[in-house]
Design a protein around this ligand. Structure first.
Ligand code: NAD
Length: 363
């Protein structure tokens, strides 16, 4: 059946980088991918056109799509909007919530050609290939009750801020299964990150992971406290294969892992629900400082198309072809400004997209 893909360019560099990714997507369609695509507005672009960061028409298209490719949202133009529900990022949160995109996959893969771009020593990071599986729709970011209120304290009334860290067994189990399945397809090692020495929620998290492990005897499960995990990520990151963790710990660790690879402009991500419907986007934001100048690196968005082909469209061979094409272009020494260093050739956003397209066509 013909698959439906929704393209949401968004704001800032979003339209520039998605334009390059769409070229590759169209080349995949010419190579046999049975898919149609349409566009929609989200973020600040949605607000400007329809008064809402997630216009109803966009949400309807998103629900009907098999996969969504999103550029990025946000920018200074909308930072002063007083109604917080109209801020661009609410468009993203709305998509995650409405489509129940509970599993966030964030690979941290270092192309060997870019080992010099990392702030860590090349021998520590070269060959790095980690997949962080982050729970995305629960945990302390969504738990109730939450708020800031006046309470009686020892020194009289004062304001108190509070949030609730909560996970149900079923929420832990479903993200656990995604992670075990992922580990099974990769290096068969899964590290579950928690804070079970302090937090009851994560005692339950650890229990559920241990229970699931019995169903995946081919996967080696280990546990690590989050503070140690942060340390190990910068000390010896290659020890990790798949990492599974909750929303807040995953938020922080995946950004740290991203920087091991040198540039945020290289990192794709996927957010999936139980039907493998997914939203695919680069890890970075809308980079207003370089928007419209042809400086943005489109590779994270192009690699997001590869993830889309692999996880939502059932086309792993095309995904491999895109990833190989990206490797080939890096071998040729082509670099956008964020990953350029002496001896490489700096190219624009469009030139980088065209080079990947040419390498894809030759493969
Ligand atoms: P950012 O990721 O947009 O930019 C951080 C730095 O990285 C900037 O110097 C930028 O120029 C650079 N950069 C980012 N992507 C790049 C690319 N593809 N190529 C080359 N350089 C790149 O983060 P920020 O500056 O904190 O946020 C800017 C805006 O993006 C804000 O409005 C923020 O809310 C929004 N944002 C959106 C998302 C998203 O859409 N998923 C994520 C993070 C931030």
């Amino acid at each position: 059946m013909t698959k439906k893909i929704l393209i949401l360019p968004g704001d800032g560099i979003g339209p520039e980088i998605t334009a390059e990714a769409v070229k590759i997507l169209d080349a995949c369609r010419e190579s046999g991918l049975d898919a149609e695509r349409e566009e929609g507005l989200v973020g600040g672009a949605g607000y400007d056109a329809a008064g809402h960061p997630l216009p109803e028409s966009t949400l309807a298209k998103a629900k009907a799509a098999d996969a969504i490719l999103l550029g990025a949202v946000g920018g200074p133009k909308w930072d002063t909007l007083e109604d917080l529900s109209k801020r661009p990022e609410k468009g993203l949160l709305g998509l995650r919530k409405n489509l129940n995109l509970f599993a966030n996959l964030r690979p941290a893969l270092l192309y060997p050609q870019l080992a010099e771009a990392s702030t860590l020593k090349p021998e520590v990071v070269s060959g790095l290939d980690i997949m962080i599986v982050r729970e995305l729709t629960g945990g302390i970011y969504f738990g109730q009750p939450r708020g800031i209120e006046q309470r009686d304290g020892e020194n009289g009334k004062e304001r108190v801020g509070f949030n609730t860290y909560v996970y149900s067994e079923s929420e832990i189990e479903r993200i656990g299964r995604v992670a075990f399945e992922m580990a099974r397809k990769r290096g068969k090692k899964l590290c579950s990150v928690d804070k079970a020495n302090v937090l009851e929620v994560t005692i339950l998290w650890r229990e559920v992971m241990n229970r699931l492990a019995a169903e995946y005897p081919d996967v080696e499960l280990s546990h690590m406290y989050v503070d140690n995990a942060a340390m190990q990520l910068v000390r010896a990151p290659k020890q990790f294969d798949v990492v599974v963790t909750g929303n807040m710990f995953g938020d922080i660790l995946s950004d740290a892992a991203a920087m091991l690879t040198g540039s945020i402009g290289m990192l794709p991500s996927a957010s999936l629900n139980e039907k493998q419907q997914g939203m695919y986007e680069p890890c970075h934001g809308s980079a207003p400082d370089i928007a419209g100048q042809g400086l943005a690196n489109p590779l994270a968005t192009i690699l997001s198309v590869a993830m889309m082909l692999r996880y939502s469209l059932g086309e792993p061979a095309l995904a491999d072809r895109i990833e190989r094409a990206v490797g080939k272009v890096l071998d040729q020494g082509l670099r956008t400004a964020d990953i350029a260093y002496p001896g490489t050739r700096q190219v624009s956003t469009r030139e980088m997209g065209d080079a990947v397209l040419a390498a894809f066509a030759e493969s």
